[in-house]
Design a protein around this ligand. Structure first.
Ligand SMILES: Cc1cc2nc3c(=O)[nH]c(=O)nc-3n(C[C@H](O)[C@H](O)[C@H](O)COP(=O)(O)OP(=O)(O)OC[C@H]3O[C@@H](n4cnc5c(N)ncnc54)[C@H](O)[C@@H]3O)c2cc1C
Length: 450
């Protein structure tokens, strides 16, 4: 009988593992995998449980909560940590040693274990990858039979490539090594365009060679682009308020307003009038205050509370070939407006996107074939959100969108097979060879692999 109830951080994915184990050492993980009688399948590990898909669910099985979070070594260009170390904690330690990550995602709760085997996204810095795992060069895992394995980029690049997309179906990760770099000052600024102006100027913007993340406002026909570039010649004291302001609006005041407006205003004109006004003020703040030629890269990382409250938000995403993106984005703005007109639903926050460079470091990379640009709806999960996502999935599927198995909600076997083709078959074969009895396979992956 299932006796435990566990949810993801946002709270919308509920499961009932029969056993929950807090892993404080490798021996704790080995003990689980060696004893199927006490610890039933599926065995799944979670870090901060922030995923927005049921990839970490262990319904009726064994959930391992990774508690090992020590930083083991900061070298000249490598960082080695236990799998439960979070990105915010690691970034702070790196900064103290005058170092930084290559990819500084905004989510501080991301654990090293998850980053090493699951999807992530951040706007690629010029000439760099935008997926955290692409800079992970070694993992140590406990295999489904309880034995240990140590895999490195130098020793076995083909296996490392598969592990970066294995989502805990090959083994449970207990140690992770990142490639890191020396700390650099970073320039950030924002600019807003109407959609048509943005589409026209996009080739010029790409040629500027900045990273590009963007906030999309389909109901005002606007888009605000965040441009970032390292600025090694910057002097003086870094600006530490620019990212703090961005983080506050993005991680706290924005979602809180979405939540409160939802609770207090039934009239859609009033509700979305308030949200659109807030978004206009947000654009103003981004353009005028989140601007500096000298910021600290790690300051972009947001500290989310361990237990979510009414500042929480959720999202989904698909990535598209950047050559097709102007057409797809134009169609998406129309689609979001049409959906609102016809079904009465729109997100009560905003939509964002990232430009991520081509990357074959992970087998199921969503930018394997080309540079990509994403469309990510963001919401407090207001009524109609899940139905909207089911429809948005169709919109993206019809346009060749590539998902992330831990961040795109509502995936089907058809979506993943079509998106990844032969790479999906290669993943299925590797998984079967490494875990023939399916001890680490939950219903989510079983369904996708059907
Ligand atoms: C508010 C919010 C903001 C976010 N912002 C971003 C963002 O800016 N960029 C981005 O890329 N993502 C973002 N995400 C998504 C998030 O980074 C991913 O879902 C990520 O997987 C979360 O890390 P985690 O440690 O919580 O992973 P979990 O959800 O705990 O696990 C993810 C997957 O990895 C497996 N797993 C975890 N640890 C291990 C291990 N040690 N061994 C084997 N398998 C393991 C789990 O079973 C699961 O399948 C955000 C999510 C939220 C809710």
């Amino acid at each position: 009988m299932a006796t435990n109830t566990v949810t993801n951080w946002f709270g919308d994915l509920v499961s009932h593992p029969r056993v929950i184990v807090d892993a404080n050492s490798v021996a704790d993980i080995v003990a689980v995998l060696k004893d199927p009688g006490t610890y039933p399948a599926p065995v799944r590990a979670v870090g901060s449980n922030h995923s927005t898909s049921p990839c970490g669910v262990a319904e009726g099985g064994t959930l391992i909560r990774i508690k090992m979070d020590r930083i083991l070594q900061i070298g000249d260009d490598t960082l080695t940590v236990e799998a439960g170390a979070t990105h915010l904690t690691m970034a702070k330690q790196l900064e103290a040693a005058n170092k930084q990550f290559y990819v500084n995602t905004e989510i501080g709760s991301l654990t090293a274990g998850s980053a090493s085997i699951a999807g992530t996204k951040d706007a690629s810095m010029p000439g760099e990858f935008g997926q955290v795992g692409s800079y992970i060069i070694g993992v140590k895992m406990v295999r489904p039979d309880g034995s240990l394995i140590d895999v490195t980029e130098d020793g076995d690049p083909a296996l490392m490539q598969k592990i970066r997309s294995s989502y805990g179906t090959f083994g449970i990760v207990y140690e992770v090594t990142y490639r890191i770099r020396g700390l650099l000052p970073m320039d950030v600024h924002h600019k807003t365009w109407d959609l048509e102006e943005f589409i026209a100027i996009l080739p010029e913007l790409k040629a500027l060679n900045y990273s590009m993340m963007y906030y999309m406002f389909p109901f005002d026909n606007k888009i605000t682009v965040e441009f970032r570039k390292y600025n090694p010649t910057a002097t003086g004291t870094p600006n530490r308020s620019a990212w703090a302001l961005r983080n506050h609006i993005w991680g706290t005041s924005g979602p809180k307003l979405g939540h409160d407006v939802e609770e207090n205003f039934d009239d859609p004109d009033v509700r979305y009038g308030i949200i659109d006004s807030f978004n206009a003020a947000w654009r103003f703040q981004l353009e005028n205050f989140v601007v500096s030629d000298n910021t600290v890269p790690g300051d972009q990382i947001i500290e989310y509370p361990p237990v979510s409250d009414d500042h929480r938000y959720t999202f989904s995403l698909f990535a598209f070939d950047e050559a097709e993106y102007p057409r797809i984005l134009t169609e998406f703005y129309k689609y979001a407006n049409d959906y609102y007109q016809q079904k009465g639903y729109r997100s009560n926050l905003l939509y964002v996107g990232y430009r991520i460079l081509q990357d074959q470091k992970a087998l199921l990379s969503y930018s394997w074939d080309t540079n990509v640009m994403t469309i990510d709806p963001v919401s407090t999960g207001n009524p109609g959100w899940k139905d909207f996502l089911a429809d948005y999935n169709k919109f993206c599927f019809q346009r060749g969108g590539k998902p992330l198995l831990n961040q795109t909600f509502g995936l089907t076997a058809e979506i993943v097979k079509t998106a990844f083709g032969d790479r999906w078959t290669a993943f299925a074969d590797a998984r079967k060879a490494l875990d023939p009895d399916g001890r680490l396979l939950n219903d989510y992956f079983r369904g996708l692999l059907a």
